[in-house]
Design a protein around this ligand. Structure first.
Ligand SMILES: [Zn+2]
Length: 248
């Protein structure tokens, strides 16, 4: 199995040690993990160079397993103002694509500069066959159709709508754009079945959002699972979903 949605780094008040996270994932039998540093969501505290260091250190520490770890560049509009050059970033690290979080990082597409940044990223992704993971949600600013025009314009980029929210809109994007997928992170079984019933089983990627799953498990239950225990649960769900997808 491949997990397309893993995070390392600072999430709210917890620091998820990159090596511990990825080792936990690989020890659970996952073949490849696409991961991004959630540290990037706090641009006020952390600079891009801190994130670059974090990823480069974990790739070295992983040794021979490092080719199973596929980093995504968590891109924040502020990086453009800070002069972070995309090509240079991809030269320094073996990034496989981008992660975009329109809610945390204020992707305001009514702003001309932000639209220009989006075009630059997606153009780069198109030219280099890269994957783009986009967070979606029900807040209104992170809806599944937010980047609709770009899905059409950059038709060779493989976009994944994390969480597939709002569901009806995510399904609408799947029906309009063959280059759009969804992932299973925090996706209910009901939603999974709706996507399958709409005819898009082959466009569902398995993604866990680990270790954010541990954080939210604690919020609900007040219990801190170990990372190992949490990922066992996450992998169990992905495995179940994978069987349901295959059976359909
Ligand atoms: Zn995530």
């Amino acid at each position: 199995m491949i997990d397309t949605h893993i995070h390392i780094g600072q999430f709210k008040d917890r620091y998820y040690d990159p090596l511990e996270v990825l080792t936990t994932v690989f020890e659970a039998g996952i073949k490849e993990a696409f991961f991004s540093s959630i540290t990037a969501s706090d641009t006020a505290t952390f600079t891009y160079s801190a994130i670059e260091r974090e990823i480069s250190e974990v790739l070295s520490a992983l040794g021979t397993s490092s080719d199973r770890a596929k980093p995504l560049l968590w891109y924040v509009p502020e990086y453009a103002k800070q002069g972070i050059n995309i090509e240079k970033a991809f030269k320094n690290l073996p990034y496989c694509g981008f992660k975009i979080h329109p809610l945390e990082n204020k992707w305001d597409l009514s702003d001309k500069n932000t639209v220009a940044i989006a075009n630059e990223i997606f153009e780069y992704a198109q030219q280099n066959n890269l994957f783009v993971l986009i967070h979606t949600g029900n807040s209104g600013v992170d809806a599944a159709n937010k980047f609709n025009d770009f899905f059409r314009k950059y038709s060779r980029v493989k976009f994944a709508l994390a969480h597939a929210r709002p569901l009806a809109q995510a399904i609408d994007m799947l029906s309009k754009y063959p280059n759009v997928c969804v992932d299973t992170a925090f996706l209910s079984l009901e939603s999974l079945n709706e996507i399958i019933n709409a005819g898009f089983a082959s466009r569902i990627l398995l993604g866990s959002d680990f270790p954010v799953t541990q954080y939210f498990h604690h919020q609900i239950s007040k219990e801190w699972r170990t990372l190992k225990k949490q990922y066992e649960e996450d992998a169990k769900q992905m495995k179940l979903y994978n069987e349901i997808i295959k059976r359909s």
